[in-house]
Design a protein around this ligand. Structure first.
Ligand SMILES: Cc1cc2nc3c(=O)[nH]c(=O)nc-3n(C[C@H](O)[C@H](O)[C@H](O)COP(=O)(O)OP(=O)(O)OC[C@H]3O[C@@H](n4cnc5c(N)ncnc54)[C@H](O)[C@@H]3O)c2cc1C
Length: 302
């Protein structure tokens, strides 16, 4: 068993990387563990214009800058998938596929993952016309017809992004108004090649080798119709990556972790930061704020 650390940070998205910068400056003994690439969800976003000091950047540029900031402090982000945690003892245990770590405090910063619709054709055509990331796959649909499903910020951003390269974009939303912020809605409604289909749900995705049709149903009339589409982008929200802490810390029915204003969970010495936490606004800036707060609280806890 290795030495007892001050802190283990799980996840290297904006929340985890901010926590690492703060922990380094606080001279804590810590590790930061990331199962994939540092950066988290934002990595694939084409444009961010709501992070103060950076008027506009792609998600990749912003997270690369964050990563460079982390390595500037001599911190290594370890590529390890956390599989289990034991949190109730004074000294916490974090088990990855490769190692076991012990620490006085743990920051949970595993973020969230896109939700699926669970409809016919979604799984079968995943990667063959069904996508959850317009910025990753949009370029494959140049001059083609695409459909975006959802009504929040991400769905509207995706539709705006796709409109730049696609001949036609349908935005299918199950209500009669969008949830996205007004500035995005204004941008969307200015675009002539975007058609919003209200009160409707995508019920089936069809095709041969690749997607070529999407069936939608009007929720008010019950009428269904097929629309020719080469790509379907699903942007209906996300689920928190909290499976391995279920039953170990307090969370709501959706799996979002409950904390106080100091980011501490109901378990002493265990903190949650970023999108996996119960909160009203899930953005880069609030994730970074949580990362900083969680380290400040962890330091005081120790
Ligand atoms: C398409 C899209 C566009 C967006 N646009 C904007 C925008 O314009 N502006 C804005 O402010 N926000 C935007 N957001 C929201 C923003 O991306 C999130 O709020 C932010 O990334 C949350 O950061 P986080 O660190 O909490 O989580 P995440 O970014 O989800 O990072 C969590 C990290 O933890 C890792 N992880 C998960 N499980 C484990 C495990 N078991 N072991 C080790 N590591 C693990 C993941 O691989 C991931 O790297 C957008 C999100 C999406 C999806």
């Amino acid at each position: 068993m290795s030495e007892v650390l001050d802190l283990v940070i799980i996840g290297a998205g904006p929340a985890g990387m901010t926590a690492a910068i703060y922990a380094s400056r606080a001279q804590m003994k810590f590790v930061i563990l990331e199962k994939a690439f540092p950066g988290g969800q934002i990595t694939n976003t084409y444009e961010i214009e709501n992070y103060p000091g950076i008027k506009t950047a792609s998600g990749f540029e912003l997270t690369t800058m964050m990563q460079e900031h982390v390595t500037h402090f001599g911190i290594e982000i370890k590529t390890e998938d956390v599989e289990d945690v034991l949190l109730n003892e004074t000294i916490k245990t974090v088990k990855t596929s490769a190692n076991t770590y012990q620490a006085k405090t743990v920051i949970l910063a595993m973020g969230a993952t896109w939700k699926k619709l669970g409809i016919e054709g979604e799984e079968a055509f995943s990667g063959r016309g069904v996508s959850y990331c317009a910025t990753c796959d949009g370029a494959f649909y140049r001059n083609k017809t695409t459909m975006v499903v959802g009504g929040g910020d991400v769905a509207v951003e995706d539709a705006i992004y796709l409109a730049r390269m696609c001949e036609k974009v349908y935005l299918v939303h199950r209500r009669d108004e969008l949830r996205a912020v007004k500035v995005l809605q204004e941008k969307l409604f200015e675009l002539e090649n975007v058609e919003t289909i209200w009160d409707s749900e995508l019920i089936k995705i069809e095709g041969d080798q690749f997607v070529n049709k999407a069936e939608i149903m009007n929720k008010k009339t019950g009428d269904s119709r097929q629309i020719d589409a080469d790509g379907v982008f699903i942007a209906v929200g996300s689920n928190p990556n909290t499976e391995f802490v279920r039953g170990k810390v307090d969370m709501d029915q959706g799996g979002y972790i409950a904390t106080g204003e100091n980011c501490m969970t109901n378990i002493e010495g265990v903190f949650a930061a970023g999108d996996l936490r119960q909160k009203s606004l899930r953005q880069v800036i609030t994730a970074c704020g949580d990362g900083a707060t969680a380290v400040y609280s962890a330091e005081r806890f120790i």
